[in-house]
Design a binder for this molecule. Structure first.
Ligand code: ACO
Length: 321
C-alpha cells in the first residue's frame, strides 16, 4: 500500500494586520469588545487591490516547497481550494502551476468546498497518491474573501480575512495520512452562501457573502465534533493519542465547543483565528504552518485537522506528522 505524508508546510498573510479598532476607524459600526467576545478575532489581513488568490497561493506554495526540500518539477499534482478564484477559468491551480514553473505536465485543478476546501483537497491528494497515479502533491488553500464581503453588513464583514496556506504531500512507505472523512449536505446551502454569478456580462443575483450566523454556529459545532470522532475511529487509534487538533479557524467559541465535545484541553488545540480571522479554505493550512514553525507540532506527533464550510461541507483527516 502506498501511504502519503506531509513533508513541508507554508503560509502567507498579505500586508499589515487590520485590527478591530482599524475597522471602527474605517466607519464600520462595531467594537473590539463585541468582535473579541463573539469570535476571538483581534486582527485580519487584506490583500491590496488587484492582488489575487493565486498570488497569495504562490507565496505559501514556495514556502512549503522550500520546507519540503523538493524541486518544483517533482510536484505532479497541484490542488487549490478556493471560493475566490482569480477567474471563472482557468483554474487558480493552473495559474499556480505556471507561476511556480512546473513543466512536467502533471494535473492541476481547483476544489470548491468553501471553508472545508483544504481538507477536501488533502483527502483527494491522498487518494491520488494511494492509487499510484501521482507521487507528490501541492495542496493549497488560498482566499481573498475581502472581495466578497458586504462592508455594510457588520454581522459578516468583521469575521473574514485574506491569506493562503500550503502543504506538500508525498508518497511514503509508512502512514502519514491515516484516515480521512468528507461529507456534504446540500439542504443547508442557504445558511452560508454568495448567491450570485456573472452572466451576459453582468452580475446576476447577489455577489456578497450572506450568512445566518446562529444556524451556522450550531451546525458547525455538531459536525466538527462528529467528524473528528469519525476519523479517530476510522484510523483505529485511541483518542488520547491525539497530540493536536487543528480546526477550521472561524470563531474561538466554535473551536472551544468542539474541543469540549471531544474532551480535549485547549492546550492541545491550535488557535490562530485571533491573528487572521476566518480565511476560509486557507485557515487550516495557515494554522498548521504556524504551529509547525512555532515548534508546537513536531515530527512524530499525531494531529487531526478538520473543516466545515458553505454547502454545507465538512471533513477531517487524522495525520501522523
Ligand atoms: N458589531 C457590533 N454589533 C453587532 C455586530 C458587530 N460586528 N454584528 C451584529 N451585531 C449586533 C446585531 O445587530 C444584534 O444587535 P441587536 O440585538 O440590537 O439586534 C446583536 O449584535 C446580536 O446579533 P446576532 O447576529 O444575534 O449575534 P450572535 O450572538 O449570533 O453573534 C456571530 C453573531 C458572531 C456571527 C455568531 O452567530 C457566530 O459566531 N456564528 C458563527 C458564524 C461563523 O463563524 N461563520 C464563519 C463562517 S462559517 C464557517 O466558516 C463555517
Amino acid at each position: 500500500m502506498i501511504h502519503s505524508t506531509i513533508v513541508g508546510t507554508g503560509s502567507y498573510l498579505p500586508g499589515e494586520p487590520v485590527t478591530n479598532d482599524d475597522l471602527v476607524a474605517r466607519g464600520i459600526e462595531t467594537s473590539d469588545e463585541w468582535i473579541v467576545a463573539r469570535t476571538g478575532i483581534r486582527a485580519r489581513h487584506f490583500a491590496a487591490p488587484g492582488v489575487t488568490a493565486s498570488e497569495l497561493a504562490l507565496v505559501a506554495a514556495r514556502r512549503a516547497i522550500e520546507a519540503a526540500g523538493c524541486a518544483v518539477d517533482d510536484i505532479d499534482l497541484v490542488i487549490v481550494a478556493t471560493s475566490t478564484p482569480d477567474y471563472i477559468f482557468p483554474s487558480t491551480a493552473t495559474l499556480v502551476q505556471a507561476g511556480l514553473g512546473i513543466r512536467n505536465g502533471g494535473a492541476a485543478f481547483d476544489v470548491q468546498a468553501v471553508c472545508c476546501g483544504f481538507v477536501y483537497g488533502l483527502a483527494i491528494a491522498e487518494k491520488f497518491i494511494a492509487s499510484g497515479s501521482h507521487r507528490r502533491a501541492l495542496v493549497i488553500g488560498a482566499e481573498v474573501f475581502s472581495r466578497i464581503l458586504d462592508w455594510a453588513d457588520r454581522g459578516t464583514c468583521v469575521l473574514f480575512g485574506d491569506g493562503a496556506g500550503a502543504v506538500v504531500l508525498e508518497a511514503s512507505s509508512t502512514p502519514g495520512v491515516r484516515a480521512t472523512a468528507l461529507h456534504a449536505d446540500g439542504r443547508h446551502n442557504a445558511i452560508l452562501c454568495v448567491p450570485g454569478n456573472v452572466a451576459a456580462g453582468k452580475v446576476t443575483g447577489d455577489p456578497f457573502l450572506r450568512m445566518d450566523g446562529q444556524a451556522v454556529f450550531k451546525f458547525a459545532v455538531k459536525v466538527l465534533g462528529d467528524v473528528a470522532q469519525e476519523v479517530i475511529a476510522l484510523a483505529g487509534v485511541p483518542q488520547a493519542s491525539i497530540d493536536w487538533l487543528v480546526p477550521h479557524q472561524a470563531n474561538i467559541r466554535i473551536i472551544q465547543s468542539t474541543a469540549r465535545r471531544l474532551g480535549l484541553p485547549m492546550d492541545k488545540v491550535v488557535t490562530t483565528v485571533d491573528r487572521h480571522g476566518n480565511t476560509s479554505a486557507a485557515s487550516v493550512p495557515i494554522a498548521l504552518d504556524c504551529a509547525v514553525r512555532a515548534g508546537q507540532i513536531r515530527a512524530g506527533q499525531r494531529i487531526v485537522i478538520e473543516g466545515v464550510g458553505g454547502g454545507f461541507t465538512w471533513g477531517a483527516a487524522l495525520i501522523d506528522f
